[in-house]
Write a protein that binds this ligand. Sequence first.
Ligand SMILES: [Zn+2]
Ligand SMILES: [Zn+2]
Length: 350
Amino acid sequence: MKLWAIVENGQPLQCLERPDPQPKGSEVVVAVTHCGVCHSDLHFWKGEYDLGGGNILRLADRGVQLPRAPGHEVLGTVVAFGPEAEGVAVGDRRVVFPWLGCGTCEVCVSGNENLCLKPCAVGVVRDGGFGSHVVVPHPKYLVDFGHVDPAVAATLACSGITTYSAIKKLQPLDPKLPILLVGAGGVGFAAIRMLQAMGHTNIIVVDLSLEKRAAAIAAGASHAIDGNGDNVVQAVQAAAGGPLMAAMDFVNIPSTAKMALECLGKNGKLVLIGVGGGELPLSLAGMIFRPRQIIGSATGSLQDLIDVIALAKSGKLQPVPVTCVPKDQAFDAMMRLKAGTVTGRIVLEG
Ligand SMILES: [Zn+2]
Ligand SMILES: [Zn+2]
């Protein structure tokens, strides 16, 4: 098998040859046909996150070892499985649930492996979809996507469930009330589609990029506001007709989180999704005189992936725009994402 792997942080990916995986126990080997390229892959490539206050979270400190193939939006064909794998057949085409945990703790057993304290995610701790093959520990992590376009279905494993699980955290919310969406990149754009699939009709987007604002309006956002301005909060509240009850920050840097929090009225909720990094000064008394909730959200659960794929199969979830490129252009695709010139998702094929 081949791996397009991070060998050294911040350096071009290298193509490595490895023996084909031999599945044991309940393991399933999936030959990857599609893999989305996510901003998290870029953070992984850099190898660190800005925690704010001068603190850096290094992936090496989280037990991530190189070389490793990134890629967690994985879809492919089952080519082999171990003697204890049931309900799976060679030739099955499936989306892989990537957000694995230890598999045995209370959190994992309750179905929230994405929140396990010992993460074992595909494309982070295990080799991911930038390789020719992915090993999945159990067939339950494979979801049948029916007739959904495979390039789009692959993206549901991260951008799909990340948006779905974030929107659930804003509920209950009257679907006619405005929702602020900060950052209309790959995951933000997917959020527009997911909000629409979940019945929300009043979506206010803030983005720095003219192209992304135009794409958001074309996708049905009610307003798209330039985040470069001095009066972004006023512009958002004018578009909304007053303070908002719901906001999602897909960038999540100090300026965007502060702006989104300022847009909210009493009892409004801000869900933080991006990993831009930094820290947020918070007026503590202000949180009493204008009570609001700030909620962190990390990907989603296996059940979320099953629910999102059911939404896509039903036709309610409109696809995000995808651009397919050959897998040997993986590094070029990452650099395009880094440059901020991608609308929707780049998906590696083959
Ligand atoms: Zn992702
Ligand atoms: Zn666990």
